[in-house]
Design a protein around this ligand. Structure first.
Ligand code: UDP
Length: 492
């Protein structure tokens, strides 16, 4: 039995996707700061990619290791090297990806048998439902790590219970989420595909398993902080076992090189050009535009975003991730001489950018975001007001949270949730005028803009307090550790 946190060994197992691996590696650092031994289990390619984060953590004597476990991509017919959701070429491959991840159960069990110190618990993100069976086998508790907010978890729970959305006929039909203290209105078209009963059967069954497994876990960790959404935290605590709000986990990164390491092997030197440029610009005046790791955006939509940024006359940094950096987009940028046209005022970063590092720069004044939860929370903890550009999954929930609940953002005006992989069919969701209008509105120096900036600053301050020693999230991590020790004590 562990009598102190130093004898504990937590296994962290994220789904192989940036939006799961990144927050879980951040959380590993926060746990290790409490003296716990932490092992992150992931596949070889992901382990390679995130190695530098661990190397950095070890320099500061944190006891964290990354353990690679074979991912049977080829055994299930996935292409070689397909070990992360962002490498899937179509949503039909989801089923195979989850099949392959389930096949990691046996190797993981073998690994645990030989692991020292013996694992005390498993913390895995919600889609890895099979990790519950592993925990049961070794008689250790499993905690689910949720990468979405209590607001979204609770509102989706209400929809599940009331089925209110099933009464809608037209895409433009709308309803108010009942029994919540804010006016949250959805149209049918904004709901995720599963709520609209438009997911494939395979996807439905995966989502069903995830929901069921949530109730079997000993507790749920949520990357949020209590002061951010107190009503929804309390409400969700009545839905599942033991809720621990432990975020924003991204705030564990304090040094520049830690922020650069997050999912990025480049060194700080490679970022000097735009960092110097940012240093030369007035505080709170640059728009940072980034759309996460999974959104596939059509070429036509990319053009509208680019032209909207240009016509706004506001300085900007626009991240174009690998998948969206198609030959068509590259040709358009070249033919239009786009980068020359915006020279001195706009910068394009091709590929992966150190988002938290850029958002933390004092010159950043607005974040044009796809509203993934990690990005949303990173925007909040850096005190940056947001322009919301949701596209799929729970992103419209996050838009409503940013705009209607927190009041730190403006909508760009997307009305329809899309299939992320069908980019050309999705076409144009918003045009350049809408992008420009939203930027003007967000950067406006009038009363409304000032109010948004003030609230954003206050939330950033609250988020930092939550993660500091004796803050709510810090104390919740302590409670989690005590909970694990309690389970181990009862086992003896
Ligand atoms: N991210 C980053 N650089 C990029 C794109 C994304 O660091 O160029 C990080 C971002 O900081 C966040 C994660 O990737 O932590 C994306 O997660 P999110 O939940 O926002 O969106 P998803 O990728 O799931 O759509």
């Amino acid at each position: 039995m562990a009598s102190s946190s130093r004898e504990l060994h937590f296994l962290l197992i994220p789904l192989m996707s940036q939006s799961h691996i990144i927050p879980l590696t951040d959380f590993a650092k926060l746990l290790a700061l409490h003296g716990v031994n932490v092992s992150i289990i992931t596949t070889p390619l992901n382990a390679q990619k995130y190695k530098s984060i661990i190397t950095h953590a070890r320099k500061t004597n944190l006891k964290i290791q990354l353990i690679p476990l074979h991912f049977p991509s080829q055994e299930v017919g996935l292409p070689q090297g397909c070990e992360n959701l962002d490498t899937l070429s179509s949503p039909e491959l989801f089923k195979d990806f989850f099949l392959a991840s389930g096949m990691m159960q046996e190797p993981l069990e073998k690994l645990i048998q030989d692991l020292e110190p013996k694992p005390s618990c498993i913390i895995s993100t919600s889609p890895l439902t099979w990790t519950q069976q592993v925990a049961n086998k070794f008689k250790i508790p499993r905690y689910v790590f949720d990468t979405i907010s209590c607001f979204t978890l609770y509102c989706s729970h209400i929809l599940n219970q009331t089925k209110i959305q099933e009464t809608l006929v037209l895409d433009s039909d709308s309803f108010l989420v009942p029994n919540v203290p804010h006016k949250i209105e959805f149209t049918k078209a904004q709901l995720p595909f599963d709520s609209r009963k438009q997911s494939s059967q395979d996807m439905e069954s995966i989502l069903d398993q995830i929901k069921k497994s949530q109730y079997l876990a000993r507790g749920t960790l949520i990357n949020t902080f209590e002061e951010l959404e107190p009503w929804y935290v309390d409400a969700y605590k009545k839905v599942v076992n033991k809720v621990f709000c432990i975020g924003p986990v991204s705030l564990c990164n304090k040094e520049m090189d830690e922020m650069v390491d997050r999912g990025n092997k480049a060194s700080i030197d490679e970022h000097c050009d735009y960092l110097n440029w940012l240093d030369s610009i007035k505080p709170k005046s640059v728009i940072y535009a980034c759309f996460g790791s999974l959104c596939h955006i059509s070429y036509l939509q990319m053009k509208e975003i680019g032209l909207g940024l240009e016509s706004s006359n506001v300085p900007f940094i626009w991240i174009i991730r690998g998948l969206n950096f198609t030959p068509q987009v590259e040709k358009w940028l070249r033919d239009e001489n786009f980068e020359e046209r915006v020279k001195g005022r706009g910068i394009i970063i091709r590929g992966w950018a150190p988002q938290v590092m850029i958002l933390s720069h004092p010159s950043i004044g607005g974040f044009l975001t796809h509203c993934g939860w990690n990005s949303t929370l990173e925007g909040i903890s850096c005190g940056v007001p947001m322009i919301t550009f949701p596209m799929f999954a729970e992103q419209f929930y996050n838009e409503k949270f940013i705009v209607n609940v927190l009041k730190v953002g403006v909508r760009v005006g997307v009305e329809v949730s899309i299939n992320s992989w069908n980019e050309e069919k999705n076409g144009v969701l918003v045009n350049m005028d809408q992008v420009k209008k939203a930027i003007d509105q967000l950067m406006d120096k009038g009363l409304e803009g000032e109010e948004r900036r003030k609230t954003a600053n206050e939330l950033a301050h609250m988020s930092k307090k939550a993660i500091q020693e004796e803050g709510s999230s810090y104390l919740n991590i302590k409670l989690l550790i005590e909970d694990v020790m309690q389970v181990l004590k009862n086992k003896v």
